[in-house]
Ligand binder design. Structure first.
Ligand SMILES: CC(C)(COP(=O)(O)OP(=O)(O)OC[C@H]1O[C@@H](n2cnc3c(N)ncnc32)[C@H](O)[C@@H]1OP(=O)(O)O)[C@@H](O)C(=O)NCCC(=O)NCCS
Length: 214
């Protein structure tokens, strides 16, 4: 398996990347925000992505976006092809893109938003902390990327302050990742509880709204 910083030679995987993202989003019934093949190609061309492949078979992908004139970078669009899941590949891709971002954008805070437990676990192992959306970029173009997510109405309703996704942030100036962090990843039960609380709150709110309450 090769896990490398993308370049123009990987444009051959662009169609597979898009199709795999699309298929997963449909299956999960929620966002990953959709991306066009052209957009993925610019990420590959500009060395702003990591791609994994085995022989000629696409295995996984994640890309970098810069926001607020480089004050923040986001890692988005993480996808592992179903044939390669549960083998630690997402973890390796995220580690690769994390190290690469620190090298390429040393002053930027790194963030992501996710509903997925796998990504929460991986991020917390890398030293990310859960934060409210106010700590993330306020660049409207980032949030415009959520428009293709099935939860977008909730984001709008909450005036972009919160949604079903959890924001996670790594500030290289504040964080020193120690071996200890890797040895004691954030407790799975805590994450599950956090996610359940968020979902319950949103359900309660939408039920109230249906009943016309405030
Ligand atoms: C989520 C996804 C990227 C995980 O890829 P993967 O290569 O199977 O993940 P890994 O094998 O590296 O697993 C990393 C950790 O997450 C856990 N994990 C993996 N899939 C999981 C799932 N569906 N639910 C809960 N935990 C999961 C693993 O057990 C592992 O935990 P550990 O560190 O305690 O061992 C992959 O399932 C995928 O592409 N899904 C569809 C797209 C998606 O959801 N992208 C994320 C958008 S934010």
């Amino acid at each position: 398996m090769k896990i490398v910083v993308a370049d123009i030679s990987h444009i051959r995987f662009a169609k597979d990347i898009c199709e795999t993202i699309e298929a997963s989003a449909t299956q999960r019934g929620t966002g990953i925000a959709r991306r066009t093949e052209e957009y993925i190609i610019t990420k590959l061309e500009n060395n702003n992505a990591v791609v994994a492949f085995k022989g000629e078979k696409f295995a996984g992908f994640c890309y970098i976006e810069r926001w607020d004139h480089g004050k923040h970078v986001a890692h988005s669009g993480l996808i592992v092809h179903p044939d390669f899941r549960n083998q630690g590949l997402a973890k390796k891709i995220k580690k690769k893109i994390f190290d690469y971002s620190l090298e390429k954008f040393p002053d930027a805070k790194i963030f992501g938003i996710t509903t997925g437990l796998a990504v929460m676990k991986i991020n917390s192992d890398l030293g990310y902390k859960p934060v409210p959306f106010s700590e993330l970029t306020d660049d409207a173009n980032f949030w415009a990327g959520c428009e293709t997510c099935t939860n977008y109405e909730i984001l709008k309703l909450k005036e972009h302050k919160m949604c079903l996704c959890t924001g996670m942030l790594h500030d290289p100036k504040k964080e020193i990742i120690t071996e200890e962090v890797h040895e004691h990843p954030f407790n799975k039960k805590v994450w599950t509880r956090l996610k359940n609380i968020k979902q319950a709150l949103f359900l309660k709110k939408s039920l109230k709204q249906k009943k016309g309450e405030k």
